[in-house]
Ligand binder design. Structure first.
Ligand SMILES: Nc1ncnc2c1ncn2[C@@H]1O[C@H](COP(=O)(O)OP(=O)(O)OP(=O)(O)O)[C@@H](O)[C@H]1O
Ligand SMILES: [Mg+2]
Length: 190
């Protein structure tokens, strides 16, 4: 259909170049997509195993599924994607209040929120509070989040604060996917 074609094209345009390449997704990820965001998805594993690539391709498959003919039409979805470092920066107390408030509201409401590398930077107490606002609203409304991270949800407490890590652990439930293997970047030079 026209609508889906245009939406997928727009999504590809904003996908970082190397993550546009189709890859095979783990079965657990296919199951998560089929479950329609009844839960959130947590992709974990060592450096370079493919967490970020898997997450971008998962968002795209999720978007394709949104446009499936069997699904009642409810308007194009709002998918937000952030590196945690950029997100934490955007939530800082400096800068205009209103812009930050708008961002928090958008991230509470969007149809799918993908945060890459959640353990990459530590959030300040202020940022932890903003993260709490975002995650709590998504938690109570069962709105899906995709997180990539090199530690488990239960080990995120120092970074996000305990209230966010506790919610995230419940939101992801069984959908914590460990990617295994070697650092794929090391294989490239060979
Ligand atoms: N399933 C896959 N098939 C082929 N190449 C892949 C696959 N997954 C990832 N890659 C490639 O491997 C490299 C590392 O992937 P990616 O950046 O997703 O790793 P990561 O786990 O997010 O690493 P980091 O922990 O450093 O953020 C990239 O070049 C990516 O395109
Ligand atoms: Mg990554």
């Amino acid at each position: 259909m026209e609508r889906s074609h245009a939406a997928l094209e727009r999504f590809d345009e904003r996908t970082p170049l190397i993550y546009r390449k189709p890859i095979e997704l783990p079965d657990d990820v296919h199951q998560w997509i089929a479950g329609w965001g009844g839960s959130s998805l947590f992709l974990t594993g060592a450096i370079g195993v493919g967490k970020t690539h898997t997450a971008w391709r998962t968002c795209r498959r999720w978007l394709e599924a949104w446009y499936a003919p069997s699904r009642p039409w409810s308007g194009g979805p709002d998918i937000r994607t952030f590196r945690s470092t950029a997100l934490f920066d955007a939530l800082r107390p400096d800068g205009p209040d209103e812009i930050r408030r708008t961002l928090v509201t958008e991230l509470q409401k969007c149809d799918l929120l993908f945060i890459d590398d959640l353990a990459a930077a530590k959030a300040s107490p202020w940022t932890q509070e903003r993260l709490f606002e975002i995650f709590d609203e998504r938690y109570i409304n069962r709105r899906p989040v995709i997180v990539t991270c090199d530690v488990l949800p239960t080990e995120l407490s120092d970074i996000t604060g305990p209230r966010v890590s506790s919610r995230l652990a419940e939101m992801c439930g069984d959908s914590v996917v460990l990617l295994e293997g070697d650092d794929r970047r090391k294989g490239v030079a060979a």
